[in-house]
Design a protein around this ligand. Structure first.
Ligand code: FES
Ligand code: FES
Length: 167
């Protein structure tokens, strides 16, 4: 067993893990965070996507020991106290999900994209979500939701500057 420390959704965790434990197993079994899903377990479906140090990663392919000292965000860490994250609100408003199994991974891949590129093109969104498979939807509403969330986030970021006369 190895002792690791990592930050999960803003909270420092010290955990004991076996060498073969994946980050996905760690999150689901030891942190009780079951939003990241076990789909294919081989890096094909994206259902297990989480954000590690700002990058969307397949948690089924990352060993828990590789997360030592790193910052992990799961779907459970996205919403604020009073409201959902704009991506979560947009996915709901656009009717982007059906069974929802792909949702956490889709939303976290989209978050990593919007954090890096706040105004992505539809092609960039498709590219960012290419590793996230959905068996239910036609993807169009997923892309619309990411565009809508991007607009909301940009408006929130520029609002105070506008109010202060800096634009
Ligand atoms: S469960 Fe990780 S990519 Fe499918
Ligand atoms: S909504 Fe069912 S897999 Fe995407």
């Amino acid at each position: 067993m190895s002792e690791i420390t990592l930050v999960v959704n803003g909270e420092q965790r010290a955990l004991s893990v076996a060498a073969e434990t994946t980050l996905l197993e760690l999150l689901r079994a030891q942190c009780n965070l079951t939003g990241a899903k076990l789909g294919c377990d081989v890096g094909d479906c994206g259902a297990c996507t989480v954000i590690v140090d700002g990058e969307a990663v397949n948690a089924c392919l990352m060993l828990a020991v590789q997360a030592d000292g790193r910052n992990v965000v799961t779907i459970e860490g996205l919403a604020g106290r009073a409201r959902l994250h704009p991506l979560q609100e947009a996915f709901e408003a656009c009717g982007s999900l059906q069974c929802g199994f792909c949702g956490p991974g889709m939303i976290l891949s989209a978050k990593a994209l919007l954090d890096a590129a706040p105004d992505p093109s539809a092609a960039e969104i498709r590219d960012a979500l290419a590793g996230n498979l959905c068996r239910c939807t036609g993807y169009t509403k997923l892309i619309e939701a990411v565009q809508a969330a991007g607009e909301t986030i940009r408006a929130a970021a520029t609002g105070p500057r506008r109010a202060a006369g800096q634009e």
